[in-house]
Design a protein around this ligand. Structure first.
Ligand SMILES: *Cc1c(COP(=O)(O)O)cnc(C)c1O
Length: 390
């Protein structure tokens, strides 16, 4: 027996704040369709930006890897959980991202925990954009390093903070995202890397939402800006979003990869990713590099969704990414709109604190190439009617 007062009180608090979360009873997702309790809805909330999650070519490649290498890996990579598929994937990622070496992690969450907790310690300081992902914050907390957050995309603020604090610490880290997960705007990567002229720091960029979408090879914003080689030191990304698989990676100089193999506890003390995920991700990267994915249709849909959002009165970030945030403000209004959208046959994510700051609750739409104009128009008809009634 135990006293459940703690749990009941916490749950009551969560509900009163309009922050209650539950797992949807989803039967199946296929392409843009989500089947919930026998009814089909149009999905505007997955991070499956290129539609690769259901792509027969990557599923087949995953299956072949599973048949050849097994359903699981059986151990950590540093014990016996390794086979040629992992190094093939790592070589492919290194080429894709334009770095010497890559290392696979079990998820993006794991990768961020690994990077920060192994590279930094109590004598270090990390400057982080105000809107960085929870996994980065958790990694920094675990490292014990001092965390200082600068205003979102505000390089002047970063410079002031750097000048004020840097000298008191041993190593300095700076971290941002290339596409911000909840706002869909692009990080100031060039501007930050230019600060290396005045300060020595390790620059880490999370490309979770940019991988597969930007750049000539399709590897991300860093590639598009030509900053892979000497500007960004550690590039992190996930295999689970546009690449349609599961797992994550970092790409960096050989010495950093070697260091992480020896020091990153989430890498050392966890069973390696299943071969299926590696086989699927390998194929996804190949298809992206060979331009055999639906990027043009994706952009056409993004532009159409943005046009609709703007005519409903929403101010959007100027950067064109598959994330279209409809900022509403109040938690309860977001819950209401989310339900209205759902009742009309669409699934869109209501995002509330702590995922976004207080007063910035929103509907976060994600666009993919399977959407038709009618899907987007239909969704915005619902949004528009809600806005008009307010
Ligand atoms: C999703 C996400 C992660 C975590 O990646 P997973 O592979 O889903 O664990 C890390 N950083 C950002 C910015 C993300 O959006």
């Amino acid at each position: 027996m135990y006293n459940d007062d703690f749990f009941r009180l916490e749950m009551q608090k969560i509900k009163e704040l309009g922050l209650y979360r539950e797992i949807r009873k989803i039967e199946k997702i296929e392409g843009k369709y989500i089947n919930i309790a026998g009814k089909s809805y149009i999905d505007f909330s997955s991070n499956n930006y290129l539609g690769l999650r259901d792509d027969k070519r990557i599923i087949l490649s995953g299956k072949e890897a599973a048949e050849k290498y097994g359903a699981g890996s059986g151990a950590s990579r540093v014990v016996t959980g390794n086979s040629s598929i992992y190094s093939r994937l790592e070589e492919k990622i290194a080429k894709f991202k334009g770095k010497d070496k890559a290392l696979i992690f079990n998820s993006g969450y794991d990768a961020n925990i690994a990077i920060f907790s192994s590279i930094f310690d109590e004598s270090d300081i990390i400057f982080a954009d105000k809107l960085i992902h929870a996994s980065i914050i958790d990694g920094i907390k675990l490292s014990g390093a001092k965390l200082l957050r600068y205003k979102h995309n505000d390089i002047a603020d970063l410079k002031i903070k750097m000048a004020k604090y840097s000298s008191k610490y041993k190593k300095i880290g700076v971290v941002t995202e290339s596409v911000f997960s909840m706002d869909g705007d692009i990080g100031k990567i060039k501007e930050i890397s230019d600060l290396k002229k005045i300060e020595n720091f390790i620059f880490i960029v999370d490309e979770a939402h940019a991988t597969g979408i930007f750049g000539e090879r399709g590897s991300g914003v860093i590639e598009e800006l030509g900053l892979e080689k000497n500007n960004v030191d550690v590039i992190m990304g996930t295999l689970g979003k546009a690449l349609g698989s599961y797992g994550a990676y970092i790409a960096a100089d050989s010495i950093i990869v070697e260091f992480l193999i020896n020091r990153a506890r989430p890498f050392i003390f966890s069973t390696a990713l299943p071969p299926f995920s590696c086989g699927a991700a390998l194929k996804a990267i190949e298809l992206i590099m060979e331009k055999k994915v639906l990027t043009e249709k994706l952009y056409e849909n993004i532009m159409f969704a943005r046009k609709n959002a703007e005519s409903s009165g929403f101010a959007l970030p100027k950067d064109i990414t598959p994330i279209v945030p409809l900022i509403i403000g109040s938690n309860s209004e977001v819950v209401k709109l989310q339900k209205l959208i759902f009742d009309n046959g669409y699934v869109a994510a209501g995002i509330r604190p702590p995922t976004v700051p207080e007063g910035k609750s929103r509907i976060r739409l994600t666009i993919n190439p399977y959407h038709d104009r009618e899907d987007i128009e239909g969704l915005f008809k619902v949004v528009h009617s809600f806005i008009k009634e307010k």
